[in-house]
Every structure is written in C-alpha cells, then in structure tokens.
Design a protein around this ligand. Structure first.
Ligand code: GRF
Length: 204
C-alpha cells in the first residue's frame, strides 16, 4: 500500500483517475494529501467529495519558489508520502523539493515527449501538424518535461480541427496511462537505467 501525494493546479481530472483507480482496486494505495497552488482549483472539490485532505499553497505567500517548495516538502514529509504525482500542476519543481523526492515524483504531459514539452503540449502538436500525438508519464527532473519516460500512449489527431479537440481527445488516454503507472508503482518498482525506465513487479 503506497502513500500518494497529488499536486494539481486545475480541474483535477487526472487526480480523479487515481481516486477511481484506488476505489476500483487497481491501485494499492491511498491519496494522503492534495496540494494545490490555486485557491479555486476544481481538484479541491474532488478531494472534499472523496474525504481527501487538501492544502492550498499560494506562491504569493512566499518570497521565492524555493520557499514555496520547502513548504510543500514539509507537508509531503508530514504525510509520509511515498509517491508524488503532478496531475496538471503547472510549475517547475525546485531542488528543495526534487532532492528529497528524487525518482519519486511523476508528471503527466499531453504530448509524446520529447516532442512538444511545456505548458501547451496539445496545442503545439496541433499547430506543428503531427498526425499522431498522445501522452507521456515521466519522472520529474529539474527541466521542463525532460525526465526519464515511464509510459506513453499514442493517439491519432489527424481528425482534430482545433487544439481544444486535440486536448479533449488525448485526455481520457492521460487518465488511463496515469492510472496504469500509479497502479504499477503500487505493485512494484520502476528502475531508472540512464534515460531508460524498466518495470519490475514485486513477487507475491
Ligand atoms: C492535462 O492535460 C495535463 O496533461 C496537463 O494539464 C491538464 C490537466 O488536466 N499538464 P486535469 O487538471 O488533470 O483535468
């Protein structure tokens, strides 16, 4: 049983996919805290509905990003979190948080990395005219969507007419991919060998 901490900035549909994965018995874990950097994040309501503790950590209350991340680290430490999931958390993580949680922070990105990193992955893929895009779950390092890749799912986007359509088409695949990776984390371990990531299931 792993203890999961989720960081989210928005509506929290990826957060919901982890909640559902636990409820439906795929993930052997518990979400012990939701941390958000937005007072009005939809994710907060989802936490309330599911009896999950939530904390709002606002950038404006800290003199620097590093101070903010120290506070997030304090909360994660206090909750004894094993795995940190960035589920639509729109900030770069500083070394204050990255260091102690090295190889235990994962992120979902709405494109096939290393193509189209950054905050507009779906839109950038659409504008570039790629026919196939998808989503990526990866370990978080100090860069922008640059950490070792854990899992990817391809989605054809050549039938999409707007960037919004691309994002909407990819979203359910994000949910499934995130859920699968978190389930795997709860039942084994991901080993990082250089940039390559290999999964080893725990023996029963
Ligand atoms: C997702 O598309 C995620 O890949 C991106 O932001 C969106 C968050 O959606 N980084 P949600 O808050 O999980 O619904």
């Amino acid at each position: 049983m792993i203890r999961i901490g989720v960081l989210a900035s928005g509506r929290g549909s990826n957060f919901q996919s982890i909640i559902d994965g636990i409820k439906e018995g795929d993930i052997d874990g518990e979400i012990v805290v939701l941390i958000t950097d937005k007072e009005n994040a939809g994710a907060i309501e989802r936490a309330e509905k599911n009896g999950i503790a939530s904390e709002v950590v606002l950038r404006k209350n800290f003199e620097s990003r590093e101070h903010m991340d120290k506070e997030i680290r304090r909360i994660l430490d206090e909750k004894k979190v094993d795995l940190v999931v960035l589920a639509g958390y729109m900030r770069i993580i500083s070394p204050e948080l990255l260091g102690p949680y090295e190889n235990r922070i994962i992120n979902i990105h709405p494109a096939l990395l290393p193509s189209f990193p950054g905050t507009n992955g779906a839109k950038d893929a659409f504008e570039h005219g790629v026919k196939v895009s998808g989503c990526t779950v990866h370990f978080v390092d100090g860069g922008m969507d640059t950490g070792p890749i854990i899992e990817q799912t391809c989605v054809r986007i050549d039938d999409c007419k707007t960037p919004e359509e691309v994002a909407a088409k990819i979203l359910p695949f994000e949910h499934a991919t995130m859920r699968k990776v978190v389930a795997n984390f709860s039942k084994g371990k991901y080993l990082i060998e250089g940039r390559r990531v290999r999964y080893e299931r725990q023996k029963d």
